[in-house]
Design a protein around this ligand. Sequence first.
Ligand code: TMP
Length: 213
Amino acid sequence: MFITFEGIEGSGKTTQIQLLIPVLRAKGYECISTREPGATKIGEKIRAILLNANHSNMLPITELLLYEADRAQHVREIIEPALAANKTVVSDRFFDATTVYQGYARGFDLKLIEQMHRIVLGCLKPDLTIILDLPVEIGLKRAWQRINSQSGDLPEDRFEKESFAFHEKVRQGYLTLAELEPGRFRIIDASKDSKTIHKDITEIVLRLSHKGE
Ligand code: TMP
């Protein structure tokens, strides 16, 4: 089973994945949690380039190619071997993020992005994609609180520095994808409290995992 989490900045994906994994393990599913960008050694380096706010002059095409490079490495090194070993893979973002951020928000041709995904992914697609949806103002406020409370390394805030309109396009992009492919996507109201969201997600995931048995 391959599950991905998507959403705008500050939507709580990482927290919800951390809550879900122990539930799945307790039910006897062998699972791994992974993320994009940055799941592999090479990917970590790509992530540092992509999210560094000093790289404000990064060309949109450079950004697109780096996300796809990170994904190619991620799929071959981590996702495909885990799925082949019958593990459940839970990924914090995957290819829908490129369709939405680089496509709907940055304006790259969606057909071009689709072609790149065919090259990088082949037939690989998540069985379930959970979108944590919430208003941009709430998400960005949470994201900045997290960034400001971190110390040490360079902050990964290149995307948080994008305009409100950019993030609104991201939000609407995810909602459009969910409309286009209702069988794969589930939208969760991420403005609710964390416990309620966790309960909603657990129900959806366990229902799907029972179906697959
Ligand atoms: P995150 O770890 O906070 O989700 O940060 C990853 C950032 O990268 C987030 O702002 C979304 C962005 N992103 C893209 O623009 N395209 C992509 O394909 C992926 C995976 C992430």
